[in-house]
Every structure is written in structure tokens, then in C-alpha cells.
Design a protein around this ligand. Structure first.
Ligand code: HBI
Ligand code: FE
Length: 290
């Protein structure tokens, strides 16, 4: 599995482009403001404290789409990361190379007002609001770099899908246990109003303790709420699992194996809540094998 698409003419070799901040229209900025307000209404008490701290540290609520250079100067002073603009999805090896060098590639465009809830490609709201606050956390920032480096190494194995599942169930849709209860930190959740509530409060999905090899074999849905969320105890757990694990033996063992369906609960799982799966629709990738 590798993604191939044409690099637009205006993109550089590393797929970066100018953000072109002064070209955003008043409507673009007001879509950001609207999305920002919707999230701020639901995130306190649901988002991880580290995410809320990051929003504040970067002043992402000052109004309008942030300017990447200014934001990156602040972010760099905190954890050494910068944000670079890209046209949308970039090839895996390009994506990994940016992360491995502590650059987060963020979509330059913003969604239209009539598609607030669902998009095919990551836009500036998902990427900046969803991902960048967690990059102010030193341990999470190290994890993202380790993931990028692991990604570059994985290109020689049939393991990309396994690694993509790790990203999916942590960076995009991860939950964390705190003394106050479960909190969301995944960018795909914190940038979505409905999933911010669903991920924590709906009886439908499973919530299962993080186990690296288990989650690297678990399929996921990209077009719907998750049927399983994986819960970490700390960002350090995530970082240690990634940096101290030599992925090579895991890849040899897995051989690209991808055995678990999104809704499966296994004997070995630490089940935090077992879902009713009431939300799950029929069908999906494994439907024929059922
Ligand atoms: N490109 N811009 C962008 N954003 C992503 O999240 C992204 C990507 N290219 C590849 C990719 N993600 C995934 O295939 C990896 O997480 C495995
Ligand atoms: Fe994302």
C-alpha cells in the first residue's frame, strides 16, 4: 500500500508550498472561527489537558486562520517543531520525512461552510487545530518524530498498513486515561464536534487498553465514527513503545497481517468499555468473510 498522486506544479520537491496567508478570504477566516467556536464549546472536560494547554500556548483562538510562520516560531521555541504548508495529502515517504525532521505538513486550504463535518483530505483546520496543539507537548512531539523515523524504515517492509493503523489509533483517534477520567487527544476526534462527544460518551464503541502489536493489526474505518478506541495511560507509554521497539521483528512477525476487524474484542484485551456496536452499519471491508 502506497499512495501515489501527482505533485502540483506549484509545490516544491518536498511537496511544500507557500501558505499564502494574505490570499485567504474573509469567508475562509470566518469558517475557521466557526469551526473553532464549535470545538471550544465541547472540548473543555473532554480534551486532554495537554491539548488545551497547546491551544492556549499557540494562541490558536485569536481569530482567523493562523499564519504558519508566526505559529511555527512559537512552536519551535517550545519543542523544535515547525508547521509547513502542503496542498493536501502527500506521498507516504514525503510525509514520514517531514515528521522525522520535526516538520508537520499541514493542508493549506480550508473547507467550505457547507462541508463543516466531513472532508476527504486534511485541511488547515484539521491539521492545525487538530494536530499542532499536541506538538507543544515534549513527549508527544518526540513520539511524532519517532513515528516518522519508523515510517521511513518501514518503507522496506510490507508493513505500511500496520504503521498506518498505529497512527490512526493514536495520533488521529487516541484516548488517554487521566485521574479525571478518559480524555481525547487524537486529532481526528478533537477537530470533530460530533466525534468528540461520541468517542467518550456513546455506548456503541469499544474502549480498549493500548497494546502496540494488537493495534497494528486492527483495521479501521475512514468514513465513519470508530468502532474501537485505544486508550493510553501516558504519552510516555506511546513514545517508549515506538522508540524502544525495533519495528523490524514486529514486521517480520506480522508479515503485513491485518487480522482484526474494527469492532473485534479479543481475549487478551484490557477492556475498559465493551461497546454495544449499535452505531455500526452493516458491511465494511471484512463483510464477505463473516
Ligand atoms: N499526507 N498531508 C498528509 N497528511 C497525512 O496525515 C498523511 C499524508 N500522507 C500519508 C499519510 N498521512 C498516511 O499514509 C501515513 O499516516 C501512514
Ligand atoms: Fe490528521
Amino acid at each position: 500500500m502506497s499512495n501515489h498522486f501527482e505533485k502540483p506544479d506549484h509545490a516544491r520537491d518536498d511537496w511544500t508550498i507557500d501558505q499564502g496567508w494574505s490570499d485567504y478570504t474573509a469567508e475562509d477566516h470566518s469558517v475557521w472561527d466557526l469551526l473553532y467556536k464549535r470545538q471550544i464549546d465541547v472540548l473543555p472536560g473532554r480534551a486532554a489537558p495537554e491539548f488545551m494547554d497547546g491551544l492556549k500556548a499557540l494562541d490558536l483562538g485569536k481569530g482567523g486562520i493562523p499564519e504558519f510562520e508566526t505559529m511555527s516560531d512559537e512552536l519551535e521555541s517550545l519543542t523544535g517543531w515547525r508547521v509547513v504548508a502542503v496542498p493536501g495529502l502527500v506521498p507516504d515517504e514525503v510525509f514520514f520525512d517531514h515528521l522525522a525532521n520535526r516538520r508537520f505538513p499541514a493542508g493549506q486550504f480550508i473547507r467550505k461552510r457547507d462541508q463543516l463535518d466531513y472532508l476527504q483530505e486534511p485541511d488547515v483546520f484539521h491539521d492545525v487545530f487538530g494536530h499542532v496543539p499536541m506538538l507543544t507537548n515534549p513527549i508527544f512531539a518526540d513520539y511524532m518524530e519517532a513515528y516518522g523515523k519508523g515510517g521511513l524504515r518501514s518503507l522496506n517492509y510490507a508493513a505500511l498498513k500496520n504503521l498506518a493503523a498505529l497512527y490512526w489509533y493514536t495520533v488521529e483517534f487516541g484516548l488517554i486515561r487521566t485521574d479525571q477520567g478518559l480524555r481525547i487527544y487524537g486529532a481526528g476526534i478533537v477537530s470533530s464536534k460530533t466525534e468528540s462527544i461520541f468517542a467518550l460518551e456513546d455506548p456503541s464503541p469499544n474502549r480498549i487498553g493500548f497494546e502496540l502489536e494488537r493495534l497494528m493489526q486492527t483495521d479501521y474505518r475512514i468514513d465513519d465514527f470508530q468502532q474501537t478506541y485505544f486508550v493510553i495511560d501516558s504519552y510516555d507509554q506511546l513514545f517508549q513503545a515506538t522508540v524502544e521497539t525495533d519495528f523490524a521483528p514486529i514486521y517480520e512477525r506480522l508479515q503485513g497481517k491485518f487480522d482484526y476487524r474494527p469492532e473485534d474484542v479479543l481475549e487478551r484485551d484490557e477492556v475498559i468499555t465493551k461497546g454495544t456496536q449499535a452505531y455500526a452499519k452493516a458491511g465494511g471491508r471484512f463483510a464477505e468473510a463473516d
